[in-house]
Design a binder for this molecule. Structure first.
Ligand code: NAP
Ligand code: G4F
Length: 436
């Protein structure tokens, strides 16, 4: 039976028991759209037309994406990127005792709002029933499986959980898509990693380089990589691996080495911390910007055929180099002396002009007094039982087939992170000085 509901922004036509039509529109300001969405008990189709002030109609199908790990660094950048492309984004979020949505708060819309572009669901990679229900309810065109226990060192302390969430978690997503009959509709991106190369068998590493994982994290991700390939081959699923090399940003988790350094350097500059304790300074990483890397994830799912792609900058640097670059952003030169656990980083000079512009005059005098002092020490507790010494990727395939090209190089990445952390730590100092 046909029934019609009128709300402020939406007309809902219940055509019969399990078929509903939603009509929504927005007019004015030179930008109008009309959106049509048809939902049956099994499927949902969306159709949106946009008209600009000149009334040129540009029809688009609204795609639906599901992002696991939406509260993480990549999840936040990807959600932003897809929403700006017109997607409706569903995100899987773990229940925690705090909100833990800081990275996506700017995208958040209350459940009471109509026409939401971001919808969060409670869930966990270790819970098959929950994952299956969410995929069934959201009927995504694209799933980006980014959720993982992503810290390599922590995986040595939580190996079983890491295997479950990172390895079997990926199987749960693939199997849910298969059991729900979505193999032809839903494309899957698996967040694979350069950690798979571990004890590297070739320099630089590309799609054909053999894997040699060196941590419970990497071994779990190796299962996830191959189960993705297997479901692609066995069931014809559009399931792809992005083998991403390290990518960082102002949103990077605080315990990964780059963010630990940029936060620490900013705190040292402002007198909030006296020194930084680090692990292996000689490890080399190929660091890119997360903003560039989420674009690659999206491109991978837009290809006609699923595949595996290395995403990297092709430039590798030591942790020591990264520390020098971070200090140099605020005009501070660091000299490294000694070897192994006795290695130390000492302030050798400060460029007053650069420091004042980057941090502020009032902090210069105090830091100047520290010239010749040690600000970097080694703590063996940060050494890993098995280390990945060198990573550098060759992303020729992604560049030629996907047309992917990063905008940020390492200096631009360090600048972005340092500017952001100096600002953040100034806020912290302000609160501390205010007695909070
Ligand atoms: P991240 O910041 O640590 O984010 C990980 C996300 O996964 C968070 O949203 C986290 O939720 C969620 N998560 C963890 N365990 C979960 C579980 N059991 N159930 C549901 N959600 C869970 O990591 P990232 O840097 O954005 O990386 C994204 C993905 O790419 C990860 O799979 C990582 O292993 C992989 N990767 C990263 C890099 C890199 O350099 N960043 C390179 C290659 C591959 P909470 O917020 O609740 O903790
Ligand atoms: O920043 P990290 O912890 O990243 P790692 O281990 O390379 O893993 C990251 O990148 C992978 C891609 O290759 C992702 F799959 C993974 O999810 C994660 O995002 O450590 C980088 C290097 C290591 O060699 C480590 O030993 O930095 C060295 N390091 C030296 N001192 C340190 C420290 N790492 C950390 N976290 N903390 C230190 O104090």
């Amino acid at each position: 039976m046909l029934s019609i509901y009128l709300t402020k922004k939406v007309i809902i036509l219940d055509l019969c028991k399990d078929l509903t039509v939603f009509l929504t529109g927005q007019f004015g300001g030179g930008f109008n759209f009309f959106s049509f969405s048809l939902r049956s008990s099994k499927n949902r189709y969306n159709y949106t037309t946009f008209a600009n002030a000149n009334n040129k109609i540009r029809p688009t199908m609204t795609k639906i994406a599901l992002i696991t790990g939406i509260t993480g660094q990549d999840g936040a950048y990807l959600a932003d990127y897809l929403i700006n492309k017109g997607y409706i984004v569903h995100g899987l979020k773990r229940r925690s005792s705090l909100f833990n949505t800081e990275r996506i708060d700017h995208l958040y819309q209350d459940p009471q709002e109509s026409n939401r572009r971001l919808i969060l669901h409670y869930g966990d990679m270790t819970d098959s029933l929950n994952l299956t229900r969410i995929i069934g309810e959201t009927q995504p065109d694209e799933i980006y499986n980014l959720a993982a226990m992503s810290h390599v060192q922590v995986s040595f302390e939580t190996p079983e959980y890491t295997a479950d969430a990172n390895g079997i978690g990926t199987l749960r997503i693939l199997e849910a898509v298969r059991l729900l009959g979505l193999t032809k509709k839903t494309r899957i991106y698996q967040a694979s990693t350069s950690e798979l190369y571990g004890l590297v068998q070739e320099i630089p590493q590309k799609e054909t380089t053999p894997f040699y994982p060196r941590s419970p994290y990497a071994v779990a991700k190796m299962y996830a990589y191959w189960i993705t390939v297997n479901y692609r081959e066995a069931y014809g699923m559009h399931a792809s691996n992005g083998i991403l090399f390290n990518h960082e940003s102002p949103l990077r988790g605080e315990t990964f080495v780059t963010r630990k350094v940029t936060r620490g350097v900013a705190k040292i500059a402002l007198g909030l911390q006296s020194a930084l304790f680090m692990g292996n300074l000689s490890a080399q990483r190929d660091w890119g910007h997360a903003k560039d890397y989420v674009k690659a994830m999206h491109l991978i799912l837009q290809q006609d055929k699923p595949d595996n792609y290395v995403i990297a900058t092709g430039v590798t640097s030591t942790i020591r180099d990264f520390i020098r670059m971070a200090f140099s952003e605020i005009g501070v030169s660091i000299e490294f002396r000694g070897k192994g656990v006795d290695e130390k980083g000492v302030i050798s000079s400060i460029d007053e002009k650069i420091f004042n512009a980057a941090v502020g005059e009032k902090h210069f005098i105090d830091l100047k007094k520290r010239i010749g002092e040690q600000v970097i020490s080694i703590d063996p507790k940060y050494f890993r039982p098995t280390e990945v010494d060198l990573l550098v990727g060759d992303s020729t395939k992604a560049k030629t087939k996907l047309g992917w090209k990063p905008e940020y190089d390492l200096p631009a990445l360090v600048k972005d992170m340092m500017q952001s952390d100096v600002k953040l730590m100034k806020k912290e100092l302000y609160l501390k000085e205010g007695g909070f």
